[in-house]
Design a binder for this molecule. Sequence first.
Ligand code: RIB
Ligand code: CA
Length: 301
Amino acid sequence: MNIAIDTDPGHDDALAILFALAHDDITVEQITTVAGNATLENTTKNAGTILALAERSDIPLAAGCDRPLDRALETAQVHGDDGLDGLDREIDPVPAEKNGIEALASTAATGATIITLGPLTNIATAIDQYPAQMQQAQEIISMGGALTSPGNQNRVAEYNLYVDPDAAATVIESEIKTTLVPLDPCNDIMFRPADIEDLEDATIGRDLRSMLEAYHANINRFLDVDGALLYDAAAMFTLVGDDHIEKEPHDIVVETEGTYTRGMLVPEQRPYVDPEHNTDIVTRIDTKPCEQTLKQTLRRC
Ligand code: RIB
Ligand code: CA
């Protein structure tokens, strides 16, 4: 499967990217970065660092939007100030071009699948500026949203959709086949201390361990969860884990104005209304097969 990855590294983004680079059935054609977990400068530097760690300077990297469509950027806490807490070794990042939106559209035009791991700002901008090319994408698969799970950024919204709900609404309303991987099936998917130790055998095992231990500590402190949550890596796993996932068709709108509900996924549930299916939503990912596949593949990095 040929893919473009749009990302805001972020620890779970980092694992998702490394997993994709190491998996035999995935070919990464392009990586684009977006402001989210950290500033665009930092998410781009982090993506370049991850490519350098993986010794994959052959993968095209390009920066996209430095802020949401119509709001100020709100960075995340759990990834640290620069977005990759714990990676304390000096590593020269793979350099990035600045034409992320054009690069995304060009890759979409080849029929690739677009995997998004951060706010949807780049995707919405590409749909606006290059509609015909984006329409040729095989599918957009996005880590984002909360269907019945509590939010992780407010009572009802997941971070990526909260940060840029206007962009999320544009993507959901587009005619491009879209699948969401929300918090619901991902909340229990994580690496615990023993899993982090098991990654020591990887060539980059020490870097993985230092990043994941810092991320685990932050998750524990801010979210009271005893593990390194792997939302983006779980979303990437859905590309190759057909036997271990379940999807449902939905008619979704995204709340863009709510004081308490900004970024909320609002499904059509009225029994007397015929829903207009516009999004597939992954409702189940088998936790253990996902964690084991992620760990086995990352040990090859
Ligand atoms: O809510 C989880 C999502 O927000 C993940 O993509 C994480 O990296 C952050 O971007
Ligand atoms: Ca992310």
